[in-house]
Design a protein around this ligand. Structure first.
Ligand code: PLP
Length: 472
């Protein structure tokens, strides 16, 4: 593709992108396709000769788009959001154009220095005090893995990396029963093992870790010769938004010298609104915290903000500097690849910089507040409906409910049928969880373009399909 062609096709892509965002609302949120339907329309072998861009764009529209789940759809209420915004998309295009490998300061000084500055902005925006240093990780899973590797090495005085884990007593990690599966995965990858992830029971209206049980588990483990190393506090759990009392967890961590990592992957973005910061009280005492602007801060996937108090704990665990990666003549600069598992790094800071500047913090706060208000509104309608039950009230913009008409016997099966029908219908998209043994439907509001009318439509669709179930 020559430069002239590139300019023409890039304009076409920009128009395509604007058209997509204008029309996505008219598409089903989730396609109703049999597995393999898209693959069946893709040639088994690559083309030997160049194909025209017209043909490629035509297949994009004919084959790919109808097979997508549209995460930027205003009636997407499933999982957690992975919201985006035009300034973020524009910055991603620029990142892709520059295509820099930002592993070291010298491989793109502006990328490193912008990352430091923009994460410092975000730190202030969420009310985390000075003394935390930010790094962009690819995902909350990656941040939690890096944090647990740092905690493991701290607890073993570097012995895990030096000797291998077999030379040491088992390392123990503690998290609530509501903590995300990324903690389980990190524990596996860090060689700590499933058996050494202690799931602490929860209590109270926020499903918070029972800190007495946490402390008892740590004491028992230490008495048994095990090595308690880290606690992962949950700030906005994926199932129903569980929230640990981070200050109480920090008391335990400090008493017993454990590393405290806070997983605020979803809820962390809402901390830009001062009125929600009560949820994170105590987080300033943690060793590290992760939040995902790629979930709820209008910034394209992938961008996880990982804050650490002691960067040396991360770099001691993760930094390796063979001769070919040394920066001659500029020692002492931050090389963010020393702070994470992968060596290679995209220029991710650019999109967050664009987003924060293009909206301003006040507008970002308003957008988050609007989501929380909409979630509270529809949760109120559901709570007032006699044949529905609000199972967990809104934690920020997430709540759960189920259909519970009088006389229905198997509510789990009924609600499984309901959500299947809703998602096959395509007007809205919802996902489920199990809460205290019951099958429940989750509802979260977090899409950039979601308005009250979309939420009202969702409630109408839920009622229409639920009432139709009785007809068979
Ligand atoms: N933690 C929580 C609470 C989450 O909800 C999620 C994903 O939904 C994760 C961690 C993992 O996030 P990521 O996809 O960035 O690894």
């Amino acid at each position: 593709m020559n430069r002239q062609d590139y300019r023409r096709e890039a304009h076409r892509a920009a128009d395509w992108s604007a058209d997509y965002l204008e029309t996505v609302e008219s598409l089903p949120v989730r396609p109703s396709l049999a597995p393999g339907a898209v693959a069946a329309r893709l040639p088994a072998a690559p083309p030997e000769e160049a194909e025209p861009m017209d043909a490629i764009f035509a297949d994009l529209d004919a084959v790919i788009v109808p097979g997508m789940t549209h995460w930027q759809h205003p009636r997407f209420f499933a999982y957690f959001p992975a919201n985006s915004s035009p300034p973020s998309v524009i910055a991603e295009t620029i990142t892709a154009t520059i295509a820099a490998q930002c592993m070291l300061w010298q491989t793109s000084p502006a990328a490193t220095e912008l990352e430091t500055r923009v994460l410092d902005w975000l730190r202030g925006m969420i009310g985390l005090p000075d003394g935390f240093h930010g790094v962009i990780q690819d995902s909350a899973s990656g941040a939690t893995l890096a944090a647990l590797l740092a905690a493991r090495e701290k607890a073993l005085s570097g012995g895990g990396n030096r000797d291998g884990l077999a030379a040491h007593a088992p390392v123990r990690v503690y998290a609530s029963a509501h903590a995300h599966s990324s903690i389980d995965k990190a524990v596996r990858i860090a060689g700590i093992g499933d058996a050494n992830l202690v799931r602490v029971p929860v209590a109270g209206p926020r499903f918070a870790m029972d800190t007495a049980a946490l402390e008892a588990a740590i004491l028992a483990d230490r008495a048994a010769g095990l090595v308690p190393a880290a606690i992962v506090a949950c700030l906005g759990g994926t199932s129903v938004g569980a929230c640990d009392d981070v200050a109480a967890v920090a008391d335990v961590a400090e008493r017993h010298g454990l590393y405290l990592h806070v997983d605020a992957a979803w809820a962390g973005s809402a901390m830009i609104c001062p009125e929600f910061r009560g949820f994170m009280a105590g987080a300033e005492r943690a060793d590290s915290l992760v939040l995902n602007p790629h979930k709820w801060l209008f910034t394209n996937f992938d961008l996880s903000a990982h804050y650490v108090k002691d960067p040396a704990a991360l770099t001691d665990a993760l930094s390796l500097k063979p001769d070919y990666l040394r920066t001659l003549g500029a020692d002492g600069q931050v090389d963010y690849s020393d702070w994470s598992v992968p060596l290679g790094r995209r220029f991710r800071a650019l999109k967050l910089w664009f987003v924060i500047r293009a909206y301003g913090v006040a507008r970002l706060r308003e957008m988050i507040r609007a989501h929380v208000r909409l979630a509270e509104e529809i949760a109120g309608w559901i709570a007032d409906a006699p044949d529905f039950e609000l199972v967990t009230p809104p934690m920020l913009s997430l709540f759960s409910f189920r259909y519970a008409p009088a006389g229905a016997s198997d509510l789990d099966a009924l609600n499984a049928r309901l959500i299947e029908r809703i998602n096959a219908d395509g007007r809205i998209y919802l996902t489920q969880t199990r809460h205290e043994g019951r099958f429940v439907i989750r509802f979260q509001v977090g899409q950039t373009t979601t308005e009250r009318r979309h939420v009202a439509e969702a409630w109408a669709v839920i009622r229409e399909i639920a009432h139709g179930l009785e007809a068979g």
